[in-house]
Design a protein around this ligand. Structure first.
Ligand code: HAM
Length: 429
């Protein structure tokens, strides 16, 4: 195939054989979010570039080198959203729905775009389910976010494979004091730092803590500790969060080097990580951003949220073989009709059954065909039962009811009794 007709590198089709798992995952998460009282918001995929620069931070990897940015026909600089928090803050401000201290508990789902080097679990178009809460500043809501994800991992059967890492970045004042101390220390060891860290020391020193370079890591062993610079309020907030996680029995690891790659965080930051996916092990991440709304032109409004990567979680379900068996079957019943008259009667019968059993997955054969070919299609569809309408059945106003997966002989069911009979044999989702 010529190159221009291929999908863009790092941007994937999600094929019909994969979508049942995606829908299972999305359905499980959205039901959970409904149950905890979160409401869905939908934002555009494209925003003014300035939005992301101002919120995520000019000297982050995302803004410096990963955004899909272009001028539109009016000459405005636009960007495909690399994440959802910035657009969500823009939306609540634009519509005034966080004014006067109104609490908003919002979630969103959709594609995000980052020009990263594609590999397993890392793509250029990927999908997140994200969540943002506004106007609640206590650790109770931070805890709720984590408790909710913990429940999700339980429902999905992956709880044993994920670990929670926590840190507190403090307020912008305490972080400022810590940054100064860190810069002073690292500057004294400048020559021992890797090139990237030397650059970050000037632009975004906290990100040096995140380094993978062994020499720089060695320098960091004796570096000032963020925890020693935390202000009392942040410390109490963090203790409050940990007490709530302890109360519910959620294990966590304090990771003083967890700083996150986006600049808007304050106080709580957390990541759920796994060792089951190779290098791209963070499946869900977020934290508090109490200064962001004000920084974006709103009144001071506390905020906290997270986002999870759907591709990574689907990979987890596959790797840990936690895909419910019933997803494999997409059809309950397959109706075969032979001859024009039977086909017309079959169509009408199928609609009557669907009226009575709206959740039944009933597929009517299309494209006619011999007995053999229709039966083959019925079997291939994965259906539990085939319904058969031929000359004999037409004459008697019955339908042949044939189990396709073992148990039971074919029997004849009167048209009027068909829906009631199906209701007893098929468990409907
Ligand atoms: P993030 O850490 O940049 O945070 O992304 C959140 C999650 O999205 C990651 O943990 C990962 O599962 C997934 N993800 C990120 N990049 C990729 C990629 N290239 N390919 C596949 N999956 C990826 C945020 O986006 C923040 N907006 C989260 C947040 C919401 N903080 C507060 N509210």
């Amino acid at each position: 195939m010529s190159k221009s007709l291929q999908a863009i590198r790092g941007m994937n089709d999600i094929l019909p054989e994969q979508t049942p798992v995606w829908r299972y995952f999305e359905g499980t998460v959205s039901r959970l979010l409904d149950n905890y009282g979160y409401k869905q918001i939908r934002m555009p995929i494209v925003e003014f570039t300035e939005l992301f620069k101002r919120s995520i931070g000019e000297v982050t990897d995302i803004v410096e080198k990963e955004m899909y940015t272009f001028d539109d026909r009016n000459g405005d600089s636009l960007t495909l959203r690399p994440e959802g928090t910035a657009a969500c803050v823009r939306a609540v401000l634009e519509h005034g729905i966080t004014g006067g201290g109104q609490v908003q508990k919002l979630w969103y789902i959709g594609p995000m775009f980052r020009h990263e080097r594609p590999q397993k679990g890392r793509y250029r178009q990927f999908h997140q389910i994200g969540l943002e809460v506004f106007n609640l500043d206590g650790p109770d809501i931070d805890a709720e976010l984590i408790i909710m994800t913990w429940r999700l991992w339980g429902e999905l059967g992956i709880r044993d494979a994920v670990k929670l890492e926590l840190n507190s970045l403090g307020t912008s004042e305490s972080r400022g004091r810590y940054r100064e101390a860190l810069v002073e220390y690292l500057s004294a060891h400048h020559d021992k730092l890797d090139e990237d860290s030397q650059r970050r020391l000037k632009t975004n020193p906290l990100r040096v803590l995140d380094t993978k370079n062994a020499d720089t890591q060695a320098v960091l062993v004796d570096a000032p500790k963020m925890a020693d610079y935390l202000d009392d309020e942040s410390r109490a907030h963090f203790e409050g969060l940990k007490a709530r996680l302890d109360a519910v029995g959620i294990p966590y690891v304090f990771n003083p080097k967890l700083v996150r790659g986006l600049d808007y965080y304050s106080k709580t930051v957390f990541e759920w990580v796994t060792d089951k996916l190779g290098a791209q092990g963070t499946v869900c991440a977020g934290g508090r951003y109490d200064g962001l709304v004000e920084q974006m032109g709103g009144k001071p409004t506390p905020g906290v949220g997270f986002a999870m990567g759907i591709e990574r979680l689907v990979l987890m379900l596959e790797t840990l073989e936690q895909i419910p068996q019933e997803l494999a079957r997409q059809v309950d019943v397959y109706l075969c009709a032979f001859g024009e008259e039977a086909e017309l009667a079959g169509l009408a019968l199928a609609e009557r059954v669907r009226d009575q059993l709206p959740n039944l997955r009933l597929q009517v054969n299309a494209g006619a065909g011999s007995f053999k070919s229709q039966f083959k299609k019925a079997d291939k569809s994965g259906a539990l039962y085939a319904l058969i309408l031929g000359d004999d059945e037409m004459a008697q106003q019955v339908v042949g009811f044939k189990p396709l997966r073992g148990q039971g002989e074919q029997q004849s069911i009167a048209w009027d009794a068909l829906a009631a009979h199906l209701a007893t044999c098929v468990v409907q989702g």
